[in-house]
Ligand binder design. Structure first.
Ligand code: C2E
Ligand code: CA
Ligand code: CA
Ligand code: CA
Length: 279
């Protein structure tokens, strides 16, 4: 815990010192990991609700730590952001995801791949070039890539976000607003943001136990808001058949969640796709 000393000056307590030491260690290990291929992407299927087809996947990073454990992104992305490692990490993710999707494309499985980009990278201004570079070296058609940015990162600087989104979309890359419903964007902001997909945060879906619940009303409102702005919507965190049915009923375009499939390694995805019953 951090303790505020006299005059609001922060005093290092043993806890805080430990937390800082841990972050410094993780940052050093991350720097090492970037050079030695310790990251892997898992892919979570996204279903197009009107047809039931798998439209694409979201790429989610994991760190195969040399100590043997698989480290989830929540444990190292914030450290990467804080220690100036997020841009190289994002370039690695863009490279790996576009190479993988290009390979699927050549194999006759034309999936769209979604890549998460943090607010820090949006602020550093290298995103548009990094995306172009990944597309050029992988040969992936731009229409097969989606860049995901959170509502909160867009709200930090809507004008900068709008400019970069516009550049990406002109190049043919789609943009989605992630974790929507947690950042309190105004309608005025939303209409000025050139994004194609609204990803409705799973906290909204978790509360949507019935068609007449408040959360269901909130989801319906977000879907309508998206439609009014020319955007399609995706419900995240779909864990039950009821939630999937509700998403369909409320007019969402896409769904993603454990009820459909968990994120999985690339080689498992092909097996999962071919085992999936045709609907
Ligand atoms: P996110 O972008 O909102 O990704 C969705 C997260 O929800 C993933 O967690 C996914 O495994 C999890 N999830 C999917 N379906 C369900 C469900 O039905 N129920 C529940 N409870 N969870 C579900 P994960 O992989 O641990 O990623 C966490 C966050 O880390 C991501 O949230 C994203 O913000 C960040 N992240 C992941 N990969 C990357 C990356 O390559 N770059 C950056 N900058 N951030 C990443
Ligand atoms: Ca995401
Ligand atoms: Ca999300
Ligand atoms: Ca999230």
């Amino acid at each position: 815990a951090k303790a505020a000393g006299r005059n609001g000056i922060r005093v290092f307590t043993p806890d805080l010192r430990q937390a800082v030491q841990r972050k410094v260690r993780v940052a050093a290990e991350l720097r090492e990991a970037l050079g030695t291929d310790q990251f892997v992407l898992h892919y979570q299927p996204i279903v197009h609700l009107p047809t039931g087809e798998v439209e694409g996947v979201e790429a989610l990073i994991r760190w195969q730590h040399p100590d043997g454990g698989m480290v989830p992104p929540g444990d190292f992305i914030p450290v990467a952001e804080q220690y100036d490692l997020i841009d190289p990490l994002t370039r690695w993710v863009l490279g790996a995801a576009t190479r993988q999707a290009a390979e699927w494309n050549r194999a006759g499985v034309p999936l769209v791949v979604g890549v998460n980009v943090s607010a820090t990278t949006l602020a550093s201004g290298t995103l548009v070039d990094d995306v172009a570079e990944a597309l050029a070296s992988s040969g992936l058609p731009p229409e097969r890539l989606i860049v995901e940015l959170t509502e909160t990162s867009v709200a930090e600087d809507p004008e900068r976000a709008a400019a970069q989104f516009a550049a990406l979309r002109i190049s043919g890359v789609e943009v989605s607003i992630d974790d929507f419903g947690t950042g309190f964007s105004s309608l005025g902001q939303l209409v000025n943001i050139p994004a194609g997909v609204l990803k409705i945060d799973r906290s909204l879906v978790a509360g949507a136990l019935g068609r007449r619940s408040q959360s269901a009303a909130a989801i319906a409102a977000v879907v309508g808001l998206g439609q009014a702005c020319g955007m399609r919507s995706l419900v995240e965190g779909v864990e039950t058949a009821e939630q999937l049915a509700l998403a369909t009923e409320l007019g969402c375009t896409f769904a993603q969640g454990y009820h459909i499939a968990r994120p999985m390694p690339a080689d498992e995805l092909m097996g999962w796709l071919s085992a999936r019953p045709v609907t």
